[in-house]
Design a protein around this ligand. Structure first.
Ligand SMILES: C/C=C/C(=O)SCCNC(=O)CCNC(=O)[C@H](O)C(C)(C)COP(=O)(O)OP(=O)(O)OC[C@H]1O[C@@H](n2cnc3c(N)ncnc32)[C@H](O)[C@@H]1OP(=O)(O)O
Length: 278
């Protein structure tokens, strides 16, 4: 697709656009840094010790970060105001402790929410299929389909609850895994999107949530096979929240709530069975 002024103004024209193919290499150090950044503990040796490393499946999302960045760079939305709205991940195979992953990316649906557009970026590889939903204020109103509305609130009481905790340095650490967007580190950039200080990366929150969900239900986080979550309210490094898990077994739904507001809404995570680590 060309990036002339008319397509840049019409977010809907990006539907189906090819974002190209890239091969990204990584090693044990990258995977361990990622695990630490999403809150792995020093005694979770499978996640932090290269001699017995199991790579967290959500690490794949850092390898694929080039794809949503590419769409912003091409002018489909304003990267200084867009927010990560939601994320899906389907795991096809476990990532080895080191290697390279070839990914192809394209634009999925583009929804017209009036004052905003929601653009989907789909990344495919032999290891995973992942979909980003990017909420782009000011990019709607192009006469497109509104798409699905807000999912219904979850009825009933949670099966399990836990405390979700972040650290004040978490966004500063997480950005070293590849997402250098300034709203996560620079107070001036955060202020331009109406936030009082830098906000935590949505994918850091979601990656950390997977660890906590796995701890609560007794699954190994590297056995994650499917993941979904909507970023409903921004969260700041150092914030904590209540994690609510619904259901039993290895396929659960979850939400994360802070001050009565959902931080992650409509979360869902599925894990394979394996022996719980130490
Ligand atoms: C580059 C950045 C990377 C990051 O990591 S940013 C950090 C992680 N993300 C966040 O912290 C975002 C937190 N979420 C929010 O702040 C808000 O939540 C939003 C700004 C995304 C939206 O809030 P609002 O402007 O109040 O809009 P609405 O009234 O909730 O929704 C308007 C329409 O947009 C749809 N929508 C809202 N969020 C999403 C989403 N995440 N994915 C898909 N659609 C979404 C709704 O359904 C609705 O549409 P319908 O009127 O048709 O019902």
């Amino acid at each position: 697709m060309s990036t002339d002024a008319s397509t840049a103004r019409n977010a809907g024209a990006w539907r189906g656009a090819d974002l190209g193919t890239r091969t990204v290499a990584y090693d044990e150090r990258d995977a361990i840094l990622y695990a630490l950044a999403v809150g792995a503990r020093a005694d979770e040796l499978d996640l932090v010790f290269e001699e017995r490393l199991r790579v967290l499946p959500t690490f794949a999302l850092t390898l694929a970060q080039w794809a949503p960045d590419e769409l912003g760079d091409r002018g489909a939305f304003d990267p200084t105001t867009a927010l990560h709205g939601s994320q899906q991940l389907n795991v096809l195979a476990s990532l080895p402790p080191r290697g390279e992953v070839t990914m192809t990316a394209s634009v999925g649906e583009v929804w017209d929410k009036g004052s905003a557009a929601v653009l989907e970026v789909v990344v495919r590889s032999d290891y995973f299929v992942a979909t980003w939903s990017l909420f782009a204020p000011g990019a709607g109103g192009f006469g497109g389909d509104r798409g699905p509305g807000k999912p219904a609130a979850r009825p009933g009481a949670p099966t399990m609850t836990g405390r979700f905790e972040t650290t004040p340095n978490q966004a500063a650490l997480y950005r070293l895994t590849g997402d250098l967007h300034p709203i996560h580190i620079d107070p001036a950039a955060a202020s331009r999107i109406g936030q009082p200080r830098p906000i935590l990366h949505g994918l850091c929150t979601l990656g950390a949530a997977v660890l906590d969900v796995a701890r609560l239900i007794g699954a190994h986080p590297a056995d994650l096979r499917s993941l979904d979550g909507r970023f409903a309210t921004a969260i700041f490094p150092g914030d904590d929240a209540e994690l609510r898990v619904f259901g039993e077994g290895r396929e659960v739904t979850f939400e994360m709530v802070r001050d009565g507001k959902p931080v992650i809404a409509n979360g869902a995570a599925g894990f394979d069975e394996s022996e719980r680590r130490q």
